[in-house]
Design a protein. Structure first.
Length: 153
């Protein structure tokens, strides 16, 4: 149950909640949400913009061998979408954020991690049309690890 496992589990959840959302890339073609761990990939050309995307970034974590309840990992989800429809003001991103909130409110368990604490989200208040950006902060705890008592016998 490593932090990288948590990123994989979040990625699976994001694929599930976003699978029926109609995303468009910079060329206006229908595409899937690109999901990256930690950072965007290095750009090879100016045309390598990965919109729409989500970055699953590990922020920090804590481990307490005595009290498992204190073992937590904080994660930041960063969203970037391109939407040049004049009537749409980035609503598709708010739709995704809402789906994540609903998913974790109904069932906070991924596979080996579960979401704890409050869910915080934000959208960029700058006018960046036709690009829209937002983020979510989530906190997860790993499933309980049983301490071995026979190790010193």
């Amino acid at each position: 149950m490593t932090p990288q496992n948590l990123q994989d589990e979040i990625k699976e959840m994001l694929i599930e909640v976003s699978k029926d959302i109609t995303w468009k890339n910079l060329d206006g073609d229908q595409t899937n949400l690109e999901i990256f761990k930690q950072n965007l990939p290095k750009k090879e050309t100016d045309e390598d913009d990965p919109f729409p995307y989500c970055i699953i970034r590990l922020i920090d974590g804590s481990h307490n061998a005595i009290n498992d309840a204190e073992n937590k990992i904080r994660v930041l989800l960063i969203f970037g979408i391109h939407d040049n429809a004049e009537e749409n003001q980035g609503d598709i991103m708010l739709n995704l954020i809402n789906r994540i909130v609903i998913r974790l409110s109904e069932n906070n368990v991924l596979k080996t991690f579960y979401q704890v604490g409050k869910i915080e989200w934000v959208i960029d208040d700058e006018d960046t049309y036709p690009y829209f950006f937002g983020g979510m902060t989530l906190e997860f705890a790993p499933a309980h690890i049983q301490r071995r008592s026979d190790i010193f016998i």
